[in-house]
Ligand binder design. Structure first.
Ligand code: FMN
Length: 208
């Protein structure tokens, strides 16, 4: 691992569990691997604009026809450069209304670009961002890993599909669930997620 792109997408700032888990493991990584390059994007704090007529046109390959299209293309290209440069993508993904946050969805809207991150072939779409690894921290107030609520999880399948579509198939999901079930389940879930994150990202000698 030489460059890590850390995307966070919670609206809850410092109170956010996913923000805290991502910030914590980045701090431990910095201490362990000083040469590691870290690109951070807090989409919850500084969201990318939703797609509009102008940005959708620019991102689909039309030559920019006005200032709004030029600006949208520049933002998308910057996000794409960050993705290309990273060999590891760390994503903080809270569950909002059974899915991902709109801010994270908008990031994907800006980087899923035909001819750049995927291409269509006669055999179907092919992802072009191969050779990368993703670690996704999913935070949830409830519990969706098994039982009757499992079918309501529109977060993990969506993320697996989005990442896979652009060729990122090596994905580790770390779930911090039951965050709304009271202090004890919440603390246990956060501790477990932290240990899983360390095991996924830190060198073994340093893993918690
Ligand atoms: C707008 C909003 C929608 C939410 N929707 C769900 C939901 O559908 N299912 C769930 O289990 N928790 C839901 N929650 C709870 C969050 O998943 C939980 O608070 C989680 O800790 C938020 O992630 P974060 O702490 O990483 O920011 C929702 C929270 C917010 C703010």
């Amino acid at each position: 691992m030489s460059t890590i792109l850390a995307l966070t997408s919670s609206a809850l700032g410092e109170a956010s569990v996913s923000n805290g888990l991502v910030a914590g493991v980045l701090e431990r990584l910095r201490a362990q691997q000083p040469a590691l390059r870290i690109i951070s994007r807090d989409l919850g704090h500084a969201p990318v604009d939703h797609l509009t007529l102008d940005s959708a046109a620019a991102l689909r390959g039309a030559a920019p026809a006005n200032a709004a299209q030029e600006a949208a293309l520049a933002v998308s290209n910057e996000l794409l450069d960050e993705l290309r440069e990273a060999d590891t993508i760390l994503i903080g993904a809270p569950m909002y209304n059974f899915g991902i946050t709109s801010t994270l969805k908008t990031w994907f809207d800006h980087v899923l670009r035909a001819g750049l991150t995927f291409r269509y072939t006669e055999a179907g779409p092919v992802g072009l961002m191969t050779g990368k690894r993703a670690i996704v921290v999913e935070t949830r107030g409830g519990f969706y890993s098994s039982g009757p609520t499992q079918a309501m999880d529109a977060q993990e399948p969506h993320l697996r599909g989005l990442l896979g579509f652009i060729g990122i198939t090596d994905v580790t999901f770390i779930r911090a669930e039951k965050l709304g079930f009271g202090p004890e389940p919440r603390a246990a879930s956060i501790a477990q997620a932290r240990a899983e994150l360390d095991a996924a990202l830190l060198e073994p000698a340093e893993a918690a």
